[in-house]
Design a protein around this ligand. Structure first.
Ligand code: MF3
Ligand code: CO
Length: 262
């Protein structure tokens, strides 16, 4: 994925299916948020998500996902706790008071995907940790705000980075947002940093997954032996928020946003 590759313009039907997928993602994520309490294991969250997928007759976008050269992803949900940045694999880990928990989730409807992530606290968290969540969430909003027809792709990452670096936080460079459609990951690659006014112009009908990952410390990333879980190099906390966004003639349509969601 790179700046040069063609970004698809979705048809009306494709957009309809993506709206549907994204709505399911948002509704299930909202349910999952309610289950994030001390004593729950990350595997239990994944099991709840798998049941919800089953009940609704949609498909997981993540389970079996094969990025090439890695083991395929084994769960329907990514659960990334504390210093885990993204792609944490659910398992026997039990959540405890004061943790922060990234939930990243995607489903498809008739082959078209929606993708969203949110980071939530377990019980009470310290004010500086709440600030990391608030700033990351706000940086996603700034990125979404740059999704205007006629803007250029790099305006998104520029807006994210500008917000994050007002604080003593750093934007992760190793991972990025992405186009989304009949594949979970399509061109373009959407970094969460960079100079403005670069890359292709945004056009109505493009659908973009914007997903800032923000570390409380430095931007460095280390991979765990499971080959999926990315953690901060310095052990600092990390937060992640994501939305699937449609470019329109006017304001962006956040397909994974419903009342009560992030
Ligand atoms: N939102 C994440 C991403 O776009 C979800 C990927 S999980 C995977 O990277 F299993 F599908 F890789
Ligand atoms: Co994504």
């Amino acid at each position: 994925m790179a700046f040069g590759e063609q970004i698809q313009i979705k048809t009306r039907r494709e957009i309809e299916l993506m709206r549907e997928a994204a709505r399911n993602v948002a509704e299930i994520l909202l349910e999952l948020r309610g289950l994030v309490v001390a004593g729950v294991s990350t595997a239990e969250l994944d099991q709840h998500a798998a049941r919800a997928i089953e009940e609704r007759g949609v498909e997981s976008s993540f389970k079996g996902y094969d990025p090439g050269g890695l083991p395929s992803y084994p769960a329907v949900l990514c659960v990334s706790v504390n210093d885990e940045i993204v792609h944490g694999i659910p398992g026997s880990r039990v959540l405890k008071e004061g943790d922060i928990v990234g939930l990243d989730f995607g489903v498809s409807v008739e082959g078209y995907h929606g993708d969203s992530a949110v980071t939530v606290p377990v019980g009470e968290i310290r004010p500086e940790v709440q600030k990391l969540l608030d700033v990351t969430r706000d940086s996603l909003d700034r990125g979404v705000g740059a999704v205007q027809a006629g803007n250029r792709l790099s305006d998104i990452g520029h807006a994210v980075q500008e917000r994050v670096e007002k604080e003593e936080f750093s934007v992760v460079r190793t991972f990025a947002g992405h186009g989304i459609g009949s594949k979970l990951h399509e061109p373009p690659w959407i970094p969460n940093y960079g100079a403005p006014s670069r890359g292709p112009r945004l056009l109505p009908g493009m659908v973009l997954a914007i997903e800032p990952m923000v570390n409380a410390g430095g931007p460095g990333v280390r991979m765990l032996d499971d080959e999926w879980t990315a953690v901060t190099e310095d052990g600092s906390l990390s937060a992640h928020f994501e939305h699937t966004v449609l470019v329109t003639e006017g304001d962006p349509e956040v397909l994974t946003r419903i009342p009560g969601s992030h």
